[in-house]
Design a protein around this ligand. Structure first.
Ligand code: ADP
Ligand code: MG
Length: 381
């Protein structure tokens, strides 16, 4: 799928300069660093000039080592971007592509121009549209979803509204804000009861299964809502869907062509003590889960999953990449669970694995994402 022609040279006629941005303020700091390690190792240095920039856990942007080994998880040591007394600055006006660095007591010095940012950040302040807004303001190109798609993808309530509006299949749900449940505002209790059991109670804007509880008794609802509200005042209560957990990787189309869907993969939680694909099963108890790729599904179901995945991508005006997670019910019906606009991106993550199974190896996938970002205009599009 990748072509052999060189990516468009920059205005200065050199290789495009890629700012690989990682670390950050979310709980997934170390995972982000590990992803950056893999990306720094795989990116084609003959095609791209690479500038790695780390974001410390407190949010400071700093220059970091261009060294894949420094950022890998070795012997259980979790990599972290160290705080140093400097501050990397994005271009300060639209039309400029010059990055700068500020060190205490000195005037700003140049880091040269940047052509495209590759944000390898998950969760709040990375995947939720905030960083994308900052890059839009600076008029800098970047890989992946824009402001709106990122924000909608992060908010399970608005995600469902957008998908339902586009006629996509989603499960029944009720959204709670603040003390809606205590006051029974809008008759929420009856509406939740009508969803049946089990229920999944989730913070509207989190991820990694954080704050999610599966309940099988309505008496447990207040505690589950309180747990979700530790992470977000807005909570989504969903009817449990019986079905296989299937994921599909979507890649934007080049030059206005339609988005592309990979072969689907499947998540099987083999250790029943987890009950669902919870935080421990995702990150701590690898033996509890099997990631199968490609998923063993009939051709017609694969085609339906791919169609739903691309339509979900389009329904939120997504760009670049996204992983669309669905349930496939016993009678072959596809129900969308969620879209992830910055899916896990280590070579072992489902998104790259699904593309590898579909004929696009990790370095080529990276190249394709950079090309898509370089060809897309800044500003409204
Ligand atoms: N409505 C549902 N029915 C059945 N299982 C669900 C439902 N919602 C979530 N789950 C289970 O919980 C997991 C995490 O939920 P998800 O909405 O994907 O949250 P996150 O954004 O944190 O990944 C899913 O992968 C699935 O195993
Ligand atoms: Mg999920």
């Amino acid at each position: 799928m990748s072509s052999t022609e060189q990516p468009q040279p920059t205005s200065t006629g050199t290789r495009p300069r890629v700012l690989v941005l990682f670390g950050g303020r979310s709980g997934e700091h170390a995972i982000s660093c590990a992803t950056a390690g893999a990306v720094l190792r795989a990116v084609d240095r003959e095609r791209y000039d690479v500038l790695p920039i780390g974001i410390t856990p407190s949010g400071r942007w700093v220059r970091v080592a261009d060294d894949p080994d420094r950022w890998s998880i070795t012997d259980g040591r979790l990599p972290e971007v160290e705080d140093v007394p400097e501050q990397v600055l994005l271009p300060q006006e639209a039309g400029s592509r010059e990055m700068q660095v500020l060190e205490p007591g000195s005037p700003a010095t140049t880091l040269g121009d940047v052509d495209v940012v590759l944000p390898l950040l998950h969760g709040p302040f990375g995947e939720d549209g905030t960083l994308q807004g900052m890059l839009e303001l600076a008029d800098v190109r970047y890989v992946g979803a824009g402001v709106l798609a990122s924000a909608v993808g992060m908010d399970k309530h608005f995600m469902k509204i957008a998908l339902a509006g586009a006629g996509l299949p989603i499960g029944p749900f009720v959204t709670l804000r603040g003390d809606d449940l205590d006051r029974d505002r809008d008759g929420v209790r009856a509406r939740i009861e009508a969803l049946g059991l089990p229920l999944f109670v989730k913070p509207a804007r989190a991820g990694s299964s954080i704050g999610i509880t599966r309940i099988t008794d309505l008496a447990d609802l207040p505690a589950a809502v309180a747990e979700a509200q530790r992470h977000d005042p807005k909570v989504v209560v969903e009817a449990g869907i019986v079905g296989r957990e299937i994921e599909c990787a979507v890649l934007g189309g080049r030059a206005g062509a339609p988005a592309r869907a990979s072969l689907p993969g499947e998540i099987v939680v083999t250790d029943a003590t987890h009950g669902f694909y919870d935080f421990e099963a995702k990150y701590l108890d690898e033996a509890a889960v099997e990631l199968t790729c490609p998923a063993d599904l009939p051709d017609d179901v694969i085609a339906r999953v791919q169609d739903v995945a691309v339509r979900t991508f389009d329904a939120v005006d997504c760009e670049g990449l996204a992983r669309v997670d669905v349930f496939v019910t016993p009678d072959g019906e596809v129900v969308v669970n969620e879209i992830n606009t910055m899916p896990g991106f280590t070579p072992f993550s489902m998104y790259p694995r699904m593309w590898a199974q579909s004929g696009l190896a990790y370095p080529d996938l990276l190249d394709e994402l950079l090309r898509l970002a370089l060809e897309r205009p800044t500003g409204l599009r």
